[in-house]
Ligand binder design. Structure first.
Ligand SMILES: [Fe+2]
Length: 262
């Protein structure tokens, strides 16, 4: 019998050279309490504006958050620096990083999602931005509440966020690709992902509020004046976020004008 060769291959690597880069971190406790306080105020203020008409969620309370709200809560710099770190680290992972490059990024929308029993977010992605993110503020323990006899002992997806990058890559009994990713939210967790990445949030049953603070951002990488990556339009997609927050007086006079017109 021929003796089998005993030498080994060299440079054997198993890596994931494509697919989206996701970032996650746990935000410090003081930042989480500041955002909880900020969101309590926005949710309880009758003059706060709904963002629901622009969002996919089958959720009643989705309220606008302004940059001035973030600044007043003291979290603006922290969140902007998280976005910047995500861009820089992704550029490094992608082999598109140079010390001489200019990295610019900016949050351009934010809102509070106050989700209750049976509400959900159908599969969607975000437009008018390059980066999307979500911070979890309240996460009731909603698991195993349905008590389905046939599903006893099996973990459910209630209240989870689910990312779908490639449905083809997610099959049972296959180790080569993870095309879908399920994450169980926990208070303080910040997730950042490319805004094209589709995701969904499952409903839950029973008591409690699942509260999150999603936001969008844009970025651009340039080398002197040469475009490298990011926002190709060279026009920052502005939303309500950076505008002046309407105060009580302006909202009341707007309401009066509408009433007078009627
Ligand atoms: Fe979303």
């Amino acid at each position: 019998m021929t003796k089998q060769i005993q030498t080994h291959p060299t440079n054997f690597v198993v890596e994931k050279p494509f697919g989206p880069f996701l970032a996650s971190c746990m935000l410090p406790e003081d930042a989480v309490s500041a955002m909880l306080k900020m969101s309590d105020e926005i949710l309880s203020n009758k003059l706060s504006e709904s963002h629901g008409q622009s969002l996919a969620g089958v959720i009643n309370k989705e309220m606008k958050v302004y940059k001035s709200d973030m600044k007043n809560a003291g979290v603006n710099q922290l969140l902007e620096s998280c976005v910047r770190s995500y861009v820089i680290q992704s550029a490094k992972n992608h082999g598109m990083f140079k010390e001489t490059y200019t990295f610019e990024s900016m949050i351009n929308a934010a809102w509070i999602v106050s989700q209750y029993e049976n509400e959900y977010n159908p599969i969607h992605n975000h437009s008018g931005c390059d980066i999307s993110a979500v911070i979890y503020l309240k996460c009731p323990d909603v698991k195993s509440r349905r008590n389905l006899e046939a599903k006893k002992g099996k973990i459910d997806f209630d209240g989870d966020i689910h990312f779908v990058h490639s449905a083809m890559g997610s099959r049972n009994y296959d180790v080569f690709e993870r095309g879908m990713l399920n994450i169980v939210p926990t208070p303080g967790l910040l997730l950042m992902f490319p805004s094209y990445l589709t995701h969904t949030v499952y409903p839950f049953v029973g008591e409690g509020e699942r509260r999150s603070l999603p936001f969008n951002a844009v970025y651009r990488i340039t080398d002197e004046n040469r475009f490298i990556a990011g926002d190709v339009s060279n026009v920052v997609h502005t939303t309500f976020y950076t505008k002046e927050k309407p105060n009580e007086c302006s909202l009341m006079s707007e309401k009066n004008n509408i009433l007078q017109e009627k």
